[in-house]
Design a protein around this ligand. Structure first.
Ligand SMILES: Cc1cc2nc3c(=O)[nH]c(=O)nc-3n(C[C@H](O)[C@H](O)[C@H](O)COP(=O)(O)OP(=O)(O)OC[C@H]3O[C@@H](n4cnc5c(N)ncnc54)[C@H](O)[C@@H]3O)c2cc1C
Length: 404
């Protein structure tokens, strides 16, 4: 039985695990010299494996694709993710925000243990094999020894999205699948930053500075008010960070219809506007404005943001300053390119797939992971989703094989 898994990211590796646990010996192909490069990169940020929130809430994080993700999440729930890490010798913990990480917050030891287990369990690896063509039963790979054609009894494609292409996922598979008549929604960045026009001075001084404890507010394209407390990061080009990523889909949709798009920040969410007016109206005597503001906690990046939008002579008007601090306009000019994004939106549409993620037009060919048309914010939803789909497809393939 020749089973190929093409793509050695977490989705493909999970499919390999399920199949090899059942006694099959799949071969995992990947374009890169080593497996799981994006998984390793995720480890640089602490490897947020999943989230501990209530499962119903967890499942709702997948936007319109929730119903398509549900079987994967049921096959591999957040709790199963934790048990999986434990089975490889890595305990997990729940961070203050409910996110779940391995105790050491590292990906490399976990990936090493996973690959070791897979190899011991008869999974073969063929690295430096880039899929470049597929026609009928022939799968063509570019290899160090030139082009090679393979044929298989079953194939699981786990080719990833198109963010961080240097880690292996380039999105070049879209043409290969389109050539076979499959519908692909254009790939777009997800969990990405947004461009904002700052003054040169502000950019030089504050790029890389977190903007903590702010509330972001805006209306989505359906007119629904969205708001959340959190933290964002001022970067050279604009803004990024968890609060921005939570809304990257809704903000991307707004930019596509109404660019540039202004969101509002409450820079003092725990102080009312009237309290701020009262504090800003107090006599400052001989103090400089900066020293006076400092007493109120208005310093650093927040004070400088104010100077970005209000002319000098307006900075002494308590009502206007308080109003601006409570509703600071942040204009997003555009979103950052997919190459920089944490993940990818768009991809192979679920209408091409059956309930086991098998292509309806190509029995015994399955597709899983970030290459499918869904997205989710950061918070462990991505890894749980892709690994769940790897498991779902492998279980589907096992069912198919039992029938033969
Ligand atoms: C900086 C960063 C931090 C992240 N942090 C987190 C986090 O903390 N938590 C979280 O849940 N998610 C995180 N993610 C997202 C997560 O890593 C991805 O969603 C996940 O890796 C996608 O898994 P996948 O298996 O679908 O695709 P990938 O991991 O992209 O794997 C696809 C594989 O397919 C191979 N491939 C592609 N094309 C071909 C081809 N033509 N031929 C052969 N092989 C090919 C690639 O080389 C790659 O190895 C992060 C991503 C980034 C970039």
């Amino acid at each position: 039985m020749k089973i190929a898994i093409i793509g050695a990211g977490p989705a493909g590796l999970m499919a390999a695990q399920v199949l090899s646990d059942e006694g099959y010996a799949p071969t995992v192909f990947d374009a890169k010299p080593s497996a799981g490069r994006k998984f390793l990169q995720a480890g640089r940020g602490g490897l947020n494996l999943t989230h501990s929130e209530d499962f119903t809430l967890f499942s709702s994080r997948y936007f319109e694709a929730q119903s398509f993700l549900q079987p994967a999440l049921e096959a591999f729930s957040p709790n199963e993710m934790r048990l999986w890490a434990q089975s490889l010798g890595f305990e997990t913990f729940v961070g203050s925000s409910g996110k779940v990480y391995p105790l050491d917050k590292k990906a490399a030891p976990l990936l090493r243990a996973w690959l070791h287990k897979l190899k011991a369990n008869n999974t073969q690896f063929k690295m430096k094999h880039r899929l470049v063509g597929w026609s009928k039963d022939i799968w063509q790979f570019e290899t160090p020894d030139g082009l090679k054609d393979y044929s298989f009894d079953a194939v699981i494609l786990a080719l990833g999205g198109a963010s961080w292409p240097r880690l292996g996922s380039t999105g070049a598979w879209t043409t290969i699948l389109e050539d076979n008549g499959l519908n692909i929604t254009p790939l777009k960045p997800a969990n990405m930053g947004f461009n904002v026009t700052y003054s040169k001075l502000f950019k030089e001084k504050f790029s890389g500075t977190p903007l903590k404890n702010v509330e972001l507010r805006f209306r989505d394209i359906n007119g629904k008010l969205q708001s959340k407390l959190g933290e964002l990061l001022v970067s050279e080009y604009g803004v990024q960070g968890s609060l921005i990523y939570t809304y990257s889909k809704l903000l991307r949709e707004q930019i596509e219809q109404n660019s540039p798009f202004t969101v509002y920040l409450d820079l003092f969410p725990h102080r009312s506007e009237s309290k701020l007016i009262q504090q800003l109206s107090a006599s400052r005597g001989k103090q400089s404005l900066s020293a006076f503001w400092k007493r109120l906690g208005l310093t650093g990046v927040k004070a400088s943001l104010l100077r970005e939008v209000l002319a000098k002579e307006l900075l002494t008007q308590p009502e206007l300053v308080a109003k601006t601090l409570k509703k600071f306009p942040l204009t997003l000019d555009s979103y950052r390119p997919i190459e920089e994004a944490i993940s990818t939106a768009g991809g192979l549409g679920f209408d091409n797939l059956d309930q086991h993620l098998m292509l309806k037009d190509f029995p015994s060919v399955f597709c899983v992971g970030e290459m499918l048309d869904w997205e989710a914010p950061t918070g462990g939803y991505l890894l749980t989703g892709v690994m769940g789909q790897g498991k779902q497809a492998a279980q589907g393939l096992l069912k198919l094989l039992q029938k033969i």
